[in-house]
Design a protein around this ligand. Structure first.
Ligand SMILES: *Cc1c(COP(=O)(O)O)cnc(C)c1O
Length: 419
């Protein structure tokens, strides 16, 4: 009889070791990847639970499998917490991630070939907002809006003209690299004028919205989609919030149209994250994220970094590194060698190619979860400046890495169990 109870280390030391190393790497580096965060130990406990064993196609009270007496209340709690935290009529907590949540909006509320509008990917939009290599650009008539050439912000007059001209069925707001506030009210008025549905994809800013550090798209947006693992600091997953009139269409789009059984371990962890996000501590966290991002932006600007739109209103900063005579990819690699993780990113009107664009995207959500405050941002900016200037000097990058490692010890990462 094979025994299924030996530990991971005993069963598969190769994977065990790699997870240990990843844990150590996460502990020792300054994580500035704007889409990442550190979940609490409680969220991870729910994620790594027996709920992963259970099938429960359907929705609470209407399932296709027996044995749902504990799964139903778990999903119901997650739904109720989502509705109450964001002030929504309806919540679906089953999307496997942010992209499937958006896909459900398309298949639930539009027809193939319908016109949709979204922020263009190289201007900070998301693939699922109509970019050509994604299903959303292939099966829908996607009109991609861009940013103002001077301010690098969204120009609402231009959005109104574009919407009037193209009469979209869906208008997406939200993005992955837009450092400014989204004017959901103005988008709502335009959507109403042209008879479109307003979809607010708050994947990046959900935690800021929950904590009151960014205006909420509710109640103006018809549908809100989000991931649960970025600023919201939950497990990897997705959610859709919507007005009651779209509830049935959204639920059917997720199941049975796109997905099968929900990931119950994730649902439980989402419930835990939503409970955490409803606390005063989380409100403080969300505001601290923005304060840290602003402090980091100021420290970088003082060192001569060129910040897109001149700064930030949220958790992220987009930087044009080309004035340092370097491009995005080698700058990101140098930072990584120095123990500072970020990603290279296109900047508005970027003349360069996606695999080596002109910019870097950084964010303050993870370092804020580790307890860093405004006064620590000067050190982070100094290390970034040194690493980018020393991008071809392996000794200097290693020296910075050791300084960063030492610094990180004062800020234990939530959920990371390095001794
Ligand atoms: C991250 C993100 C998504 C997609 O999330 P995945 O979980 O990676 O599928 C969708 N929209 C926006 C705006 C995002 O930032």
């Amino acid at each position: 009889m094979s025994d299924l109870n030996p530990s991971l280390q005993q069963v598969d030391s190769e994977i065990f070791d790699l997870i240990q190393k990843e844990e150590q790497r996460q502990d020792e580096s300054i994580r500035l990847i704007a889409s990442e965060n550190y979940t609490s130990k409680a969220v991870m406990e729910a994620t790594g639970s027996v709920l992963t064993n259970k099938y429960s196609e359907g929705y609470p009270g209407r399932r296709y499998y027996e044995g749902q007496q504990f799964i139903d209340p778990i999903e119901t709690i997650a739904i109720e917490r989502a509705k109450s935290l964001f002030g929504a009529d309806h919540a679906n907590v089953q999307p496997y991630s942010g992209s499937p949540a958006n896909q459900a909006v398309y298949v639930g509320l539009a027809e193939p070939e319908d016109t949709i509008m979204g922020l263009s990917l190289p201007f900070g939009g998301h693939l699922t907002h109509g970019w050509k290599v994604n299903f959303s650009g292939k099966y829908y008539n996607a009109i991609q809006y861009e940013l103002d050439p001077e301010t690098h912000r969204i120009d609402m007059d231009y959005i109104r003209d574009l919407a009037k001209k193209h009469q979209p069925r869906l208008i997406f707001t939200g993005g992955t690299a837009y450092p400014r506030i989204w004017d959901f009210e103005a988008f709502g008025e335009i959507a109403k004028e042209v008879g479109a549905l307003l979809i607010a994809d708050i994947a990046h800013i959900a935690g800021l919205v929950a904590g009151g550090a960014h205006p909420s798209p509710l109640p103006v947006a018809d549908v809100v989609t989000t991931t649960t693992h970025k600023t919201l600091r939950g497990p990897r997953g997705g959610m859709i919030l919507c007005k009651e009139e779209y509830a049935t269409k959204i639920n059917r789009a997720i199941f049975p149209y796109l997905q099968g059984g929900p990931h119950n371990h994730t649902t439980a962890a989402i419930a835990v994250a939503l409970k955490e996000a409803a606390t005063d501590e989380f409100k403080t966290y969300a505001h601290q994220v923005v304060k840290n991002a602003k402090a980091l932006a100021q420290a970088l600007a003082d060192k001569g970094f060129r910040l897109i739109s001149g700064g930030t209103d949220n958790h992220l900063i987009l930087i044009d590194v080309t004035p340092f005579d370097i491009t995005g990819a080698p700058a990101a690699h140098a930072l990584n060698d120095a123990g500072i993780e970020c990603n290279y990113n296109a900047i508005p009107f970027d003349p360069r190619k996606p695999m080596d664009p002109s910019g870097l995207r950084i964010g303050a959500s993870s370092i804020t979860s580790r307890g860093m405050k405004e006064e620590h941002m000067e050190s982070v900016a100094t290390w970034m400046d040194r690493a980018i200037r020393a991008s071809e000097n392996a000794d200097e990058l290693e020296k910075i890495r050791l300084e960063v490692k030492e610094f990180c010890q004062a800020f234990p990462a939530p959920g990371v169990m390095v001794d």
